[in-house]
Design a protein around this ligand. Structure first.
Ligand code: HDE
Length: 684
């Protein structure tokens, strides 16, 4: 059921037990509990006659089926989730917040995390170019806290009122419903050019951050500035981060597109399998803390969601760890019905006046009302807090609770004025008493009007291969835009970010080159480059191409070392079953050239052997060529070395062959796998 030993099960896991049902081995009944003698044939007049209306079993079964679907999320429809646990490292945050789950290191808080793409429908491919949602529900003892973030730390727009416009422009165009799960079309880029506050996030969306290798290898960001509030009522501004311990890694665009066809479920499969095999994803929670007194010390407004706080200026303090250790039992019941809301807070966490955040505080409950069909979605098992909840709210569609008693109003005398509010000292939530004054206006603050400096900071911070990927992404996206004026508007807009960038993609799409030169912003932030991230071989997937007659002792020794480094090696051969090497060594074949593809692996190991089908040599060459093209580590030993040349691979960065001994080969190959990609290959 839960995959976690019973003594380790947390309070949320145990709470879900009362709703879990195992149908296997049971007698089939109707929803009224009536055992049925037949479930294959409807009730009809004569064997060849019409079906009778009195067939309640048929009607119930069909009606339920007819109503199985609910509206998908208007954004973030395609998602996948897992259960986990969060624990803070120590009590040092007490100076900043009274939130118990952030200050009591003895508490283990159950979490539920849903990752998602933004633009695509529920059935769309997962490796598309897009921001990823990273939404975490903490089931704390003081109520649910939701950190509803993305893997990009800034947003396209500054004011929530523009969200419907942004999403209309991004989603498939209404007249032909194309393209699916893609920003590479006219209306999105028309929106960008005419809403230039989007410049910074567009830079992130065109970078490798928008094609993550895995949900386990991407950062998460709360985006907005929030507040932490301590016992004394003192507030500190905060930005939330998730840092994956495996580092932040992306795919190659060509590879990402091919994976969309070869395995549209690539990211969920990766997460699911990691958890099933005990390779639990781990993220550290990081906070950037800013005293309220320092609010105006920056050259950007901290309320502006198109701005990040450079980590070199305001360091990220790592405060705790989240481990995802349990897959869901049922995707609809849990992943689809989970309802996140940035307004689900606990004492010690409060909001800022970020106008995007303020609008989100309205939208999320509103959207659950249509999506989950009424106001009682908090009663769904996945959404229930693990602490008790009482109030005077009653009735509505799908009410489960049987509230007893006469009274459902406040104040009252009949129930001694209960349920009663708690004072702050008793754990009651009291909003931070920020002083606010002003005229009612519909206006953008002047402090929100610098759209380009941080977009340039991002560009400046990229290493040469990352810059090239950005140029390629802009060239691809705008190459798909049909309207010449929109193309030119985007070139002219991004000349404000970098003339070098804008000129490069202008040339690729045949637009006019922008005038001017760069140099306005020279600052860099090394934390923005993914090349500076953690590198680890752990959980990397290596395809082992091997035919019968391989060197048994050698290949087994290599596989042993790879496993010891945490690498997942999977054998690819010409047919399923077993391949046999010298010394009667047998390896189970997990994939054939037909069922797998080079793009589904982080690296390949050409282990040698012979083929019975002449096509296999060609398939091997194609696998290797593709891996080379996608900058992946390739290891080859014994007669596997002979497979490189037909693939057009002579030597290069990340190509590892025994030189001269096998003992040197294995560590070198593991290091090459850990490097993720060998971008230098593109520069030689
Ligand atoms: Fe969301 N967003 N959003 N968003 N968002 C939704 O709520 C919205 C924004 C994010 O896995 C919706 O339950 C508005 C920023 C995630 O279930 C909806 C605005 C960030 C998820 C909604 C934003 C996010 C959503 C659709 C601008 C990163 C998926 C379904 C004011 C900090 C949660 C739903 C899940 C989902 C509204 C902008 C993250 C319509 C109005 C910025 C991860 O309520």
């Amino acid at each position: 059921m839960s995959g976690v030993p019973s003594d380790k099960r947390n309070v949320k896991d145990k709470q879900l037990d009362q709703f879990r049902v195992d149908d296997a081995g049971q007698t089939l009944t109707t929803n009224q509990g009536l055992k049925m003698a037949e479930d294959e044939f409807s009730l009809r007049v004569g064997e060849r006659g019409p079906t009778l209306l009195e067939d309640f079993h048929f009607r119930e079964k069909m009606t339920h089926f007819d109503h199985e679907r609910i509206p998908e999320r208007i954004v973030h429809a395609r998602g996948f989730a897992a259960h986990g646990e969060f624990q803070v490292y120590d009590d040092s945050l007490k100076a900043y917040t009274k939130a118990k789950f952030l200050t009591d290191p003895s508490r283990v808080t159950p979490t539920f995390v849903r990752f998602s793409t933004v633009a695509g429908s529920r059935g769309s491919a997962e490796t598309v170019r897009d921001a990823r949602g990273f939404a975490t529900k903490f089931y704390t003892e003081e109520g649910n806290y939701d950190l509803v973030g993305n893997n990009i730390p800034v947003f396209f727009i500054q004011d929530a009122i523009k969200f419907p416009d942004l999403v209309h422009a991004l989603k498939p165009e209404p007249h032909n419903e194309m393209p699916q799960a893609a920003s590479a079309h006219d209306t999105f880029w028309d929106f960008v050019a005419n809403n230039q506050e989007s410049a910074h996030m567009v830079m992130w969306a065109m970078s490798d951050r928008a094609i993550p290798r895995s949900f386990r290898m991407m950062e998460g960001f709360g985006v907005h500035t929030f507040r932490l509030v301590n016992e004394e009522g003192k507030a500190t501004f905060v930005k939330f981060h998730w840092k994956p311990v495996l580092g932040t890694h992306g795919l190659v665009w060509d590879e990402a597109q091919k994976i969309s066809g070869k395995d549209p479920d690539f990211h969920r499969r990766d997460l699911w399998e990691s958890i099933e095999t005990g390779n639990y994803p781990v993220y550290e929670l990081g906070l950037q803390l800013l005293p309220e007194e320092d609010e105006f010390k920056f050259d950007f407004d901290i309320l502006d969601p198109t701005k990040l706080w450079p980590e070199e200026d305001i360091p990220v303090k790592l405060v705790g760890r989240m481990v995802l250790n349990r897959n869901v039992d049922n995707v609809f019941a849990e992943t689809e019905q989970v309802a996140f809301h940035p307004g689900h807070v606990v004492p010690g966490i409060d909001f800022s006046n970020d106008p995007l955040l303020q609008g989100r505080l309205f939208s999320y409950t509103d959207t659950q009302l249509i999506r989950l069909g009424g106001p009682n979605f908090h009663e769904l098992p996945i959404n229930r807090p693990v602490c008790p909840f009482f109030n005077n709210q009653r009735d509505g569609y799908g009410r489960h609770t049987i509230n007893r008693g006469q009274v459902s109003y406040h104040k009252n005398s009949l129930a001694a004025n209960t349920p009663a509010p708690a004072s702050e000292a008793e754990g009651g939530y009291a909003h931070y008493q920020e002083k606010v004054e002003g005229h009612k206006v519909r206006k953008r603050s002047d402090s929100f009007k610098d759209f380009f400096s941080q977009a340039t900071l991002f560009w400046n911070s990229m290493c040469p291969p990352e810059k090239q990927h950005l140029i390629d992404a802009f060239s691809f996206e705008l190459g798909k835009v049909k309207n010449k004026s929109v193309q030119q508007q985007v070139v002219d807009m991004f000349a404000n970010v970098s003339v070098e960038l804008a000129s490069a993609f202008a040339e690729a799409i045949g637009a006019n080159l922008p005038p001017g030169s760069d140099g306005r912003v020279v600052k860099t932030s090394p934390a923005l480059s993914m090349l500076n991230t953690v590198k680890s071989p752990a959980t990397r997937k290596v395809g082992v191409i091997v035919g019968n007659g391989f060197d048994g002792a050698e290949v087994q020794a290599v596989l042993h070392e790879l496993a010891a480094a945490g690498i997942q090696a999977e054998v690819i051969s010409e047919k399923l079953g077993f391949v046999t090497g010298t010394n009667d060594t047998r390896l189970e074949v997990v994939h054939t050239f037909l069922t797998a593809h080079s793009v589904l692996f982080d690296a390949l190991y050409a282990a040698g052997g012979t083929w019975t089908n002449p096509r296999s040599a060609k398939d091997t060459a194609e696998f290797l060529k593709e891996a080379f093209m996608h900058y992946k580590a390739i290891g080859a030993s014994n007669d596997g070395v002979d497979w490189l040349q037909p693939a057009g691979i002579v030597s290069g960065v990340g190509i590892v062959v025994p030189s001269p001994h096998l003992t040197e080969f294995v560590p070198a190959f593991i290091e090459a796998v850990a490097a993720h990609r060998h971008w230098d290959r593109s520069l030689v």
